[in-house]
Design a protein around this ligand. Structure first.
Ligand code: THU
Length: 161
């Protein structure tokens, strides 16, 4: 008989940005600022991301689209790759994502490819990346690790033999 197993995903839901420590609010503000620099002429959906590194730097990213749609890149991976190509030894402690136009009801969550890309970095640095998804003037969902967003994930350990 198959064993039924349930996976619990721990996350915190903050009612408003005021409930966050100033450093987290600041990171979300940087994500909002980054969204204003999105290049999204096709979807008109402007996403901003901002990440914090262990040496205290904030790196921003926004989605950059292309007429050949799959060639576009999300805000989260723009920020991630900018940070890691600049300082390969960096550790990312947190990433914030915001879509100002999306309204205050529901924070926008990273897509599957970005979850996979962030998980690779989490494995690489062997330390969790905290995730803040913030609706502007609305709630914030906080997760302590990207791994929580991607259960049954594929990673480099499958390629070892
Ligand atoms: N997008 C992001 O930048 N991040 C997300 O978390 C979700 C989706 C972008 C990709 C595309 O440019 C646009 O939003 C619509 O999917």
């Amino acid at each position: 008989m198959a064993a039924e197993q349930r996976i619990e995903i721990l996350h915190h839901r903050h009612g408003s940005w005021d409930d966050l420590p100033a450093t987290d609010r600041d990171l979300l503000e940087h994500a909002v600022a980054a969204a204003a620099r999105a290049y999204a002429p096709y979807s008109h959906f402007h996403v901003g991301a901002a990440l914090l590194t262990s040496d205290g730097r904030i790196v921003e990213g926004s989605n950059q689209e292309n007429a050949s749609f799959p060639a576009g890149i999300c805000a989260e991976r723009t920020a991630l790759h900018a940070a890691m190509s600049d300082r390969p030894e960096a550790h990312i402690t947190a990433i914030a994502v915001a879509v100002p136009q999306a309204g205050p009801d529901r924070p926008v969550a990273p897509c599957g490819i970005c979850r996979q890309a962030l998980l690779e970095q989490e494995r690489r640095q062997a330390a969790p990346i905290r995730l803040l998804m913030g609706a502007v003037n609305g709630p914030v969902i906080e997760m302590r690790s990207v791994a929580d967003l991607l259960p049954f994930s594929f990673d480099g350990s499958f390629l070892e033999r």
